[in-house]
Design a protein around this ligand. Structure first.
Ligand SMILES: Cc1cc2nc3c(=O)[nH]c(=O)nc-3n(C[C@H](O)[C@H](O)[C@H](O)COP(=O)(O)OP(=O)(O)OC[C@H]3O[C@@H](n4cnc5c(N)ncnc54)[C@H](O)[C@@H]3O)c2cc1C
Length: 443
């Protein structure tokens, strides 16, 4: 398929998402809300957009750093859309990826971490991605080369960075080994679940939320709800104290206000505009603008920034924390030839897995066009959906579609929507949405 058809494909992508959104708003139990692109090749993308993947034969070598939501997707779609002569190398430090999405359900025992793990076999075997397990230690954007921890190097024509983000140390803490943030699914999530299980009846779970922007805007409020629901059933008299640095609930406000003020009233105590002066990891005392707060279990979600690798390469140029990008291609505004997608970049879109997946497709399309000597699509569309469990059987959702705005050169929200109510139907729809998104990203 030619470049013109690829453009139509990306437009269709927006149109199909809009259809899903309208259906979702109608409360009709749509399971395809999360399908941002059915590739048409394997039937695993969710089935709402029956199109054939466009293919343009270009040659070159694209190196992708980070095999999470953004990196896995961009590697797959570069191979799908770039033709046989486009070599794609994905470098990921871990043998498999553990999804953050749904990881709050590990805290109440509804999911295991292993049920959230995705390996790279399909990207390698079905799509021809060259997968290297290794740690990228440095980037030379002038020589167009990355260095790995084992001393090897990879040269590239274009580099895509999708390394997620890193966490600041909160005042008083030297690490998160005993006081976990669990904002990267893995051992800290398991530790937090253990601490919750061991918490006494009548205990206090204290969590902090950093000032926006942070990974998954509804995520902390979702966690407060899941934990409150678990405590009500397992730890009578226990409560959840939420210390939010933001002036108010930062996402899905109507749903979470309902949850905090009705469903979980008397269990969740929410404080906006909270400041954290220090945390004592031994006594679990938190010093705040509200006074000293004692926790039985403490869950500080720290401020976040693009990882050291991105900083050291000179790519961080937004608020000293994030990598600035041109959202037509996700090419860095600091270095040509380097693209940054997902949580590490600064855009007007949320730091979310679904958006990382959508950004990856726009980026893959732009790279193929650029390698073919053409300009990126001037009118990309992205979409995001997110389900938030509120109890062990109910959920809400949030969705948005973004269109490119040439005047501001940003992605502007075109349609946004939030669930009208918290229902068991939403909860059931959450799993097909998740499965579609992960199949679309990891093959
Ligand atoms: C509790 C929770 C719930 C969430 N729920 C949702 C949700 O419902 N919907 C949603 O859309 N989003 C959700 N998110 C957000 C989502 O997980 C992130 O926004 C998304 O994972 C970002 O994708 P990414 O590709 O930028 O980074 P990641 O998915 O974190 O991937 C980064 C990858 O890069 C690798 N890496 C990093 N540095 C290197 C290096 N130097 N060398 C080699 N490999 C490296 C890492 O090992 C990792 O695999 C949630 C997050 C949390 C914490």
């Amino acid at each position: 398929m030619n470049l013109h058809n690829r453009r139509q494909f990306l437009r269709l992508l927006g149109a199909s998402s809009l259809g899903a959104l309208v259906h979702g708003c109608g409360g009709g139990g749509d399971s395809g809300t999360g399908d941002s692109a059915d590739t048409g090749d394997s039937g695993s993308g969710g089935g709402t957009t029956p199109v054939t993947p466009p293919v343009v034969n270009v040659s070159g070598h694209v190196v992708v750093v980070g095999g999470g939501m953004g990196g896995a997707t961009v590697a797959k779609f570069l191979r799908l859309w770039g033709g046989q002569n486009l070599r794609v190398t994905l470098i990921e430090r871990n043998p498999s990826y553990t999804s953050n999405i749904l990881s709050n359900l590990v805290l109440n025992g509804q999911r295991t971490l292993s049920s959230l793990a995705y390996d790279y076999a399909r990207l390698r075997d079905n799509y021809g991605v060259n997968v290297i397990q290794g740690e990228v230690m440095g980037i030379d954007p002038v020589a167009r080369k990355v260095s790995l921890g084992d001393g090897s190097t990879q040269t590239y024509d274009r580099l895509v960075l999708a390394p997620g983000l890193e966490f600041d140390l909160m005042p008083g803490l030297t690490d998160y080994q005993t006081i976990p943030h669990a904002w990267q699914a893995g051992p800290q999530t398991a530790l937090l679940a253990q601490q919750l299980a061991a918490m006494p009846a009548g205990g206090t779970f204290v969590m902090t939320i950093p000032a926006a922007p942070f990974r998954c805007p509804p995520g902390p409020y979702e966690r407060a709800c899941v934990v409150a629901d678990y405590l009500k059933r397992n730890k009578p008299g226990a409560k959840v104290i939420v210390l939010d640095a933001n002036p108010g609930i930062a996402a899905e406000r109507a749903s979470f206000e309902t949850a905090f003020n009705t469903l979980h009233a008397g269990v969740i105590e929410y404080h906006a505009a909270a400041t954290i002066d220090s945390i004592d990891p031994v006594t679990r005392l938190v010093q705040t603008n509200l006074g000293s707060i004692a926790a039985s279990v403490l869950n500080p979600i720290p401020p976040q920034r693009a990882p050291r690798l991105v900083q050291d390469a000179g790519l961080v140029n937004v608020n000293g924390r994030w990598a600035g990008v041109d959202v037509l291609s996700y090419e860095s505004t600091a270095h040509p030839g380097v693209h940054v997608i997902g949580d590490a970049s600064a855009t007007t879109q949320p730091k979310a897995g679904h958006i990382a997946n959508a950004e990856a497709k726009v980026c893959a399309d732009a790279i193929v066009r650029m390698l073919a000597g053409q300009a990126p699509d001037p009118a990309p569309v992205t979409n995001s959906a997110c389900y938030s469990p509120i109890t062990a059987t109910t959920a809400s959702w949030l969705t948005a579609i973004y269109h490119y705005d040439p005047a501001s050169r940003t992605m502007k929200p075109y349609v946004t929507g939030e669930a009208a109510s918290i229902t068991s139907g939403n909860y059931e729809d959450m799993f097909p949405w998740f499965n579609n998104l992960m199949a679309d990203s990891f093959g």
